[in-house]
Design a protein around this ligand. Structure first.
Ligand code: NAG
Ligand code: NAG
Ligand code: NAG
Ligand code: NAG
Ligand code: NAG
Ligand code: NAG
Ligand code: NAG
Ligand code: NAG
Ligand code: NAG
Ligand code: NAG
Ligand code: NAG
Ligand code: NAG
Length: 583
């Protein structure tokens, strides 16, 4: 079956309804004037912000044509989607040459042995701060059971902090060594807060309404696609029954509120079991911040029962209060465990994989510090190295026998030397079973993401990790996922089975730190490669940097979108056409 799907990434400018609310949003938080002349532009996909749902089934072959009508280079990455044997489609600079402005490029990959909730976003140049993100759902095949009753509906909620300044302006701030400061708001599905308090929220802001029927149970997939703010998610009077995190089924437990850190995805089963005497608030509020200063930075949407008797009123449901209970959030994170008897994408149970009894082959202790000045510029580091952006994808360079484009000497533990800029990556061993300890000596919470893999989160705590910390590891039902938070002054330990060949990005999911160099790659090569463990580069591979001479010109597509928008300035545009072929 071929299911054609077409997407375009465009900017929206006034007088579209989207801009109207964003202008309202800008007005409310930046100036108290009418919104004339204050135009906030976003990167939208197929005229949608957030972008449309890519809804596929395990083992589908996915074909997505991306046309870049931005004025900048573009790559789309698929957070949490594993691209098995096929890093050529991962959409970061170490795996792909960027798609030049006005060019198109076709991603082709199979979504293999994965089920769950993921998202896509533009990976270059801080573009995610302007939008371009959207949900990516991989469904189970009909013969694979799910560990809960079929929900009555599927709802995606995309949350994230939002700055009214665009991604180029935010880049300028970071380049000048500034902190981004407090965001202007938290968006829920691209919209501003419901007016829950007439002092805090001005009139006229468009907010999100989630429509439900009483007595039904919905699977709500929540993604934090923001820049750097950890968010607490809660729905007034409703339990969140946690069911999945980034592709793995969890032990199902109820929470009244849940912390979702930057780059993370969760599914909750929510029963509409209230009496609908009114609508209910859906809240995403900043975590670990001074409530007084951040009060205005709260995302509020509405849960509306079809038999609701009136609007939501009264105060928002309380945020977690951890002034005297610092461990609340970390304890909640530790309570997320894998349902080892639930089946995964394959018919065999995930629990048969006894990760706890496999010997660790290598340990990497990766430490992050607050940003430091290197050669007069503020940079962020891992083990003292601030990553220099690749000029050419690493495996492409390997195939063309280029030398000197990267180093394989990434230190496996922090070194006692001044921080430096380098393009140093990890020489990881194919089929190794490695332990990565993320030690956060920065002052803010960080999340880390590994492309190409899911990993077991075996431990996390405050303080410094030592070999003795291994005694506290969860060796039985640790959750597997691809993005993990690390609390300031704390650590998290993950185990990864290196069975996916390629060069895979390991990065801070917090965009400011990532932009400033907090990333590296794991290069995993089968020494006996025979074309089975790593796919060949696709025929239409793009060339750049030292290989640019191999790139054929592409005919520029006509700027048909400009007329569509009736002559408005159209800075951010790109198109996606996706086809899913069942495999
Ligand atoms: C996504 O695909 C699944 C399986 O094909 C289907 O049941 C579901 O209705 C689709 N969801 C949406 C929002 O289209
Ligand atoms: C785990 O999955 C099994 C199999 O689908 C299911 O029956 C069980 O309810 C789940 N257990 C929990 C605690 O979520
Ligand atoms: C971003 O905003 C600045 C003004 O703050 C403007 O000069 C610049 O053109 C904008 N960038 C884009 C890509 O729209
Ligand atoms: C609205 O917020 C302000 C500022 O925090 C607070 O003083 C006021 O009591 C709130 N109003 C209501 C009706 O809750
Ligand atoms: C979770 O809460 C719902 C009510 O909202 C309840 O029906 C259900 O039994 C609870 N499940 C668990 C596993 O506690
Ligand atoms: C509906 O539920 C609310 C909160 O639990 C309660 O205060 C209210 O009395 C209930 N209303 C009716 C009509 O049952
Ligand atoms: C929060 O910010 C307010 C306003 O700046 C300040 O007065 C207060 O001391 C701060 N609270 C904490 C706990 O830092
Ligand atoms: C793991 O290591 C232990 C001790 O180092 C050794 O006895 C055991 O055979 C190893 N297990 C495997 C599966 O290699
Ligand atoms: C790279 O080197 C290998 C082994 O020496 C050789 O077979 C291959 O043709 C070279 N590739 C290119 C593109 O030069
Ligand atoms: C990378 O590791 C392999 C063993 O896994 C080793 O043979 C090779 O020499 C290493 N390369 C470098 C440059 O250190
Ligand atoms: C960072 O490390 C220094 C020195 O080891 C320590 O004094 C400081 O408390 C640490 N800070 C955090 C946030 O971990
Ligand atoms: C992509 O570019 C090719 C080559 O210029 C062109 O033939 C094709 O029509 C373009 N596709 C889209 C969807 O723009």
């Amino acid at each position: 079956m071929i299911q054609p799907f077409s997407m375009s990434f465009v900017s929206l400018t006034p007088p579209s309804p989207l801009s109207a609310f964003l202008n309202g949003f800008v007005r409310s938080f930046v100036r108290s004037k009418r919104f004339n002349f204050i135009f906030s532009m976003v990167i939208a996909v197929n005229d949608q912000f957030p972008g449309p749902l890519l809804n596929v089934t395990t083992n589908n072959n996915v074909v997505i044509n991306v046309r870049n009508d931005l004025d900048e280079e573009l790559l789309i990455t698929w957070s949490g989607v594993q691209m098995r044997r096929n890093a050529w489609q991962d959409g970061v600079l170490g795996t792909n040459c960027p798609i030049p402005p006005k060019w198109n490029w076709t991603y082709q990959f199979q979504v293999k042995d994965q089920i769950g909730s993921f998202f896509y976003f533009p990976s270059l140049n801080f573009q995610r701060a302007s939008g371009g993100f959207g949900p990516f759902v991989i469904n189970n095949r009909a013969l694979i059971p799910i560990p809960f009753a079929q929900p009555d509906g599927d709802i995606v909620i995309i949350i994230g902090d939002w700055y009214t300044q665009n991604h180029t302006a935010l880049r300028t701030l970071l380049d000048a060594g500034n902190d981004l400061g407090i965001p202007d708001g938290v968006l829920i599905n691209g919209k501003g807060p419901y007016r829950y308090n007439t002092t805090l929220v001005p009139d006229g802001i468009q907010y999100e309404t989630i429509n439900v029927d009483p007595g039904k149970t919905y699977r709500i997939r929540v993604h934090n696609v923001g820049i750097s703010t950890s968010l607490n998610f809660r729905i007034q009077n409703h339990n969140l029954l946690l069911a999945e995190t980034e592709g793995y089924y969890t032990v199902q437990s109820n929470y009244t509120q849940f912390d979702i850190h930057v780059g993370q995805s969760y599914s909750f089963l929510v029963s509409m079991d209230q009496n609908a005497s009114s609508d209910y608030y859906i809240v995403a509020s900043a975590r670990f911040v001074n409530e007084t200063l951040w009060q205005r930075v709260t995302g509020v949407a509405i849960l509306h029962y079809s038999n609701s008797k009136g609007p939501a009123t009264g105060p928002l449901p309380d945020p977690p209060y951890d002034l005297y209970y610092k461990e609340e959030s970390i304890n909640q994170a530790r309570s997320v465990r894998q349902n080892t008897s639930a089946s995964g994408a394959r018919p065999n149970p995930q629990g048969s994989y006894r990760y706890g009894s496999i010997n660790i082959t290598d340990t990497y202790v990766l430490k992050v510090l607050p940003p430091a000045t290197i050669h007069g510029k503020v940079r962020a580091t891992i083990n003292g190295i601030s990553f220099v952006k690749p000029e050419v994808p690493f495996r492409l360079a390997d195939q063309h026998n280029l030398t000197g484009v990267y180093k394989l000497d990434f230190p496996s533990k922090p070194l006692n030397r001044p921080p430096l800029m380098d393009r140093s990556i990890i020489n990881a061993t194919y089929k190794g079973f490695i332990e990565i300890v993320l030690q956060n000596n920065d002052t803010t919470i960080q999340s880390f993401h590994l492309d190409g893999y899911s990993f077991f989160v075996v431990g996390m705590a405050y303080g410094y990790w030592s070999k003795d910390s291994r005694g506290s590891y969860n060796k039985w039902d640790a959750i597997a996922r691809s993005t993990i938070q690390v609390y300031p002054g704390g650590w998290a330990a993950i185990l990864v089975s290196l069975d996916n060949v390629g060069a895979w990005n390991l990065r801070s999911a917090n965009m400011d730190r990532w932009y400033l160099g907090q990333e590296t790659y794991l290069r995993i090569v089968n020494p006996e490669e025979n074309g089975e463990t790593e796919m060949a580069a696709p025929d239409d591979v793009l060339y750049c940097g030292p290989l640019k001479y191999l790139q054929k010109e592409q005919q520029h597509s006509s700027a048909s979108q400009v007329s569509f928008f009736g002559g408005f300035l159209n800075l951010f545009t790109f198109f996606l056409i996706a086809i899913f072929i069942s495999g």
